[in-house]
Design a protein around this ligand. Structure first.
Ligand SMILES: [Mn+2]
Length: 303
């Protein structure tokens, strides 16, 4: 089945504590994202970037929900564009940008799933859990709240964003690669009942076993699988150019094997790539690595 991949750029860094991830979409394009996918026989339609106002012209607003207004304004456009892509039977590939973009991405997907009466499942690959709310956040950065918002926890403006209420049932959410979780997030994860495979689980069980288990579990009950890939899940020795590097991450092969297993399943319906930060990178190597990972997720094989 030939799919058209629709690339949607979201140059957002207002949700993050560190500047630079607004250049992520450019870095991925410069690393030949479209060309790599075209080589795989995929039709690629690059819709360009959604315009995001820069930090210098914005008021921070509530210190526990920094830049909420601009994040909401631009995420509405993102959600709309994602829903539109799915309506056209395109595969949305959203490239960021900090992880607050998931608020828009997941809302667009959720709106589509509601229309089609489809059940949504999310695989959240991340060093962090992004399970804070405005009440638990140590930083006020919204990129740490996007998954919590999706499962209905947090500020009403985020929880009821685009379509009312939670976007996904927490039993259909799996986090893989976590190794830096705040105390408040720990509570929220337990309360919500989200499944987390930490890096310790990856070390003990292996990434292939974990991925196969999750996909098997999803295949029986979920209709739309979305992968939200935060590049900081990868070890900083492989991908140093990310928003919030944390040691002890996924190896080069673990990352590819995860995506290759997804591709073998043939069951991913949308993908987003977040937190590529060219300011911290060496000659765009993290973006180049990430483009290879995207290619693996969409069918690039070793042999
Ligand atoms: Mn994240």
């Amino acid at each position: 089945m030939k799919k058209t991949v629709s690339i949607i750029g979201f140059p957002m860094d207002l949700g993050a504590g560190r500047r630079g991830v607004d250049m992520g979409p450019s870095a991925l394009r410069i690393a030949n994202l479209s060309e790599k996918l075209t080589e795989l026989g995929i039709d690629v339609l690059d819709l360009g970037d959604i315009t995001v106002k820069i930090m210098e012209t914005q008021n921070q607003g509530d210190p526990n929900l920094k830049y909420l207004d601009e994040i909401v304004r631009t995420s509405l456009k993102l959600a709309h564009r994602v829903e539109e892509a799915l309506d056209k039977n395109y595969f949305p590939l959203c490239i960021g940008g900090d992880h607050s973009m998931a608020i828009g991405t997941l809302s667009g997907i959720a709106a589509y799933c509601r229309k089609k009466e489809q059940r949504l499942g999310i695989i959240w690959v991340d060093a962090h859990a992004d399970m804070n709310t405005h009440e638990t956040t140590p930083s006020g950065n919204i990129h740490g709240m996007s998954l919590a918002a999706a499962i209905g926890m947090g500020h009403p403006d985020l929880v009821n964003f685009y379509v009312p209420g939670r976007k996904v049932d927490p039993v259909d959410v799996v986090i893989i690669g976590a190794r830096s979780i705040d105390a408040g997030e720990r509570e929220n994860i337990k309360k919500a009942g989200v499944t987390v495979y930490t890096m310790q689980d990856v070390d003990k069980l292996g990434i292939h076993r974990i991925t196969s288990r999750v996909l098997k579990q999803f295949k029986d009950k979920v209709d739309h699988i979305h992968v939200s890939f935060d590049v900081d899940s990868v070890d900083p020795s492989i991908a140093p150019g990310v928003g919030t590097p944390v040691p002890g991450g996924l190896s080069y092969r673990e990352t590819h094997l995860f995506m290759e297993t997804i591709a073998e399943c043939g069951c991913m319906s949308s993908l987003e790539i977040t937190e590529v930060n060219p300011i911290l990178d060496n000659k765009n190597e993290s973006a180049a690595f990430t483009v290879g990972v995207v290619a693996s997720s969409l069918g690039m094989k070793i042999l």
